[in-house]
Design a protein around this ligand. Structure first.
Ligand SMILES: [Zn+2]
Ligand SMILES: [Zn+2]
Length: 268
C-alpha cells in the first residue's frame, strides 16, 4: 500500500511534470503542465492537490514552472527551489500567480524530508538562472532525476549511479538536429555544455557508469523536432550492446512520452 509509485504526466519542451508517491501522498518534480490537467492526472490515481506535499522545481524555464504559482498559492502546496530559481520564477511572465506563502528555499546538497521522502538537489549545467537535479530516497529506494543538462558532471553522475531508478534526459538525435528545422544559432545553444543532453551522450553515460542496481532508466525531455522515442531507445540500447553491457533482463530502458501520461510504475 505504501509502495513507491512513479508516473510521468508529461516530458519535453511543452511541459514537464513527474509524480513520485504512494497511495496517500506524494511529491511532484516540476509543474510545467496546466493546473487543471495536472489535477485530472492526480485524480486518475485517486489523489488531489491536498495529497501533494511538495513540488520540487528543477529550473525556471516555462516548461517546468507554468503551474507552480497556481498550485502553490491556490492549493497550498509548498514549492521548493533554490533561491536563484525562485528569483527566476518571480521574473517569469508565464507564472501569473506569484509565490508567497508556498515558497520554500532549498540548497544543493541539503536533504529535505517530507513524510517518508528525503529529497536532495544537486547542480546541473543548463542555460537557466540556476538548475538542479533531484535525488529522492523513499524507504531505501532511490530515484534520481536529471533533466535539462548540457553534460553529466561528476557530481550528477554520483547521484545517478547511486540510484535504483533514473530519469535521464535524451533530448535530441545529433543528425536530426543538424538536418532539421532549427537555425544554427539554436542548434549551437542546444549542443552547448549549458544546453541539452543528446541520445549519444545519454548512451555514453549509461554505458560508462552502468550498474545492475538500475531497475529502470526513463528517458525524458525528448524533442518533438529532433528526436523520436524509438530512435532514442535504439541509440541507447544499441550502444549498451556494443559496449557489452549486460543490461538485458536487469534494467529496462523506457522513453517517456512527451504529452501522454506514462503508466504507473510500482516498486517494492
Ligand atoms: Zn525543459
Ligand atoms: Zn530548460
Amino acid at each position: 500500500m505504501d509502495r513507491l509509485r512513479f508516473r510521468s504526466l508529461a516530458s519535453g519542451s511543452s511541459g514537464n511534470c513527474y509524480f513520485l508517491g504512494n497511495t496517500s501522498y506524494g511529491i511532484l518534480i516540476d509543474a510545467g503542465v496546466g493546473v487543471r490537467n495536472t489535477r485530472k492526472f492526480l485524480k486518475t490515481m485517486g489523489l488531489d492537490y491536498c495529497h501533494i506535499w511538495g513540488i520540487f522545481v528543477t529550473h525556471d524555464h516555462a516548461d517546468h514552472i507554468k503551474a507552480v504559482g497556481a498550485i502553490g498559492e491556490k492549493f497550498h502546496v509548498p514549492v521548493y527551489a533554490t533561491r536563484l530559481v525562485h528569483e527566476g520564477i518571480d521574473r517569469n511572465y508565464c507564472v501569473t500567480q506569484k509565490l508567497s506563502s508556498s515558497r520554500r528555499f532549498i540548497e544543493t546538497g541539503d536533504e529535505t524530508v517530507i513524510g517518508d521522502f528525503r529529497v536532495t538537489a544537486f547542480p546541473v549545467s543548463h542555460d537557466s538562472t540556476d538548475s538542479v537535479g533531484y535525488s529522492v530516497q523513499y524507504k531505501g529506494f532511490t530515484f534520481t532525476f536529471a533533466t535539462d543538462l548540457g553534460y553529466v558532471s561528476d557530481e550528477a553522475a554520483r547521484y545517478l549511479v547511486n540510484s535504483d531508478c533514473v530519469v535521464l534526459e535524451a533530448n535530441y538525435d545529433e543528425f536530426m538536429l543538424e538536418n532539421g528545422p532549427y537555425p544554427l544559432v539554436l542548434q549551437t545553444r542546444i549542443k552547448a555544455d549549458t544546453g541539452h543532453l543528446c541520445n549519444m551522450q545519454a548512451a555514453t553515460f549509461l554505458a560508462e557508469n552502468y550498474t545492475e542496481r538500475w531497475k529502470y532508466v526513463f528517458l525524458c525531455h525528448l524533442s518533438r523536432e529532433n528526436n523520436m522515442p524509438e530512435l532514442a531507445f535504439s541509440t541507447i540500447t544499441g550502444h549498451l550492446k556494443d559496449q557489452m553491457i549486460p543490461y538485458e533482463g536487469r534494467t529496462e530502458i523506457v522513453p517517456l512520452e512527451r504529452t501522454e501520461p506514462s503508466r504507473m510504475y510500482i516498486f517494492d
